[in-house]
Write a protein that binds this ligand. Structure first.
Ligand SMILES: *[C@@H]1O[C@H](CO)[C@@H](O)[C@H](O)[C@H]1NC(C)=O
Ligand SMILES: *[C@@H]1O[C@H](CO)[C@@H](O)[C@H](O)[C@H]1NC(C)=O
Length: 99
């Protein structure tokens, strides 16, 4: 009985681990129209990780973007001359780092 219980708990923890997994959009270069240069794929964020979205814009126009999974993700806004680079992190739902 002890062994069965152990197996049950093991399966349960694997299932919970699976349910907790966070998936994000991954693209090395998002074009101004929001599409990906190359293939947009999915990545699985590491435990405690988040989805990252970087939006570099000028005025109201997107210049380029970036999407990935990150363990240490920090919301940061950097302004350099006319370019505004906003990095935002989210983990409220899968693929939340949408462009
Ligand atoms: C980062 O920004 C997102 C929205 O862009 C917000 O939902 C989230 O709470 C912010 N995280 C932190 C740690 O401030
Ligand atoms: C990126 O930044 C531009 C300019 O501020 C804004 O219009 C656009 O909504 C942003 N896109 C995302 C996905 O944050």
């Amino acid at each position: 009985m002890g062994k069965h219980l152990l197996l049950l708990l093991l399966n349960l923890s694997l299932l919970l681990g699976f349910l907790q997994a966070l998936y994000c959009q991954k693209c090395a270069y998002v074009k101004p129209d929001g599409s990906c240069l190359g293939q947009r794929t999915a990545c699985r964020a590491p435990d405690q990780g988040e989805c990252l979205l970087k939006n570099s814009s000028s005025g109201n126009s997107v210049v380029f973007g970036f999407q990935d999974c990150r363990l240490m993700c920090h919301n940061v806004t950097i302004r350099r001359r006319v370019l505004l680079a906003v990095t935002s992190c989210c983990k409220d739902r899968d693929f939340c780092n949408a462009f």
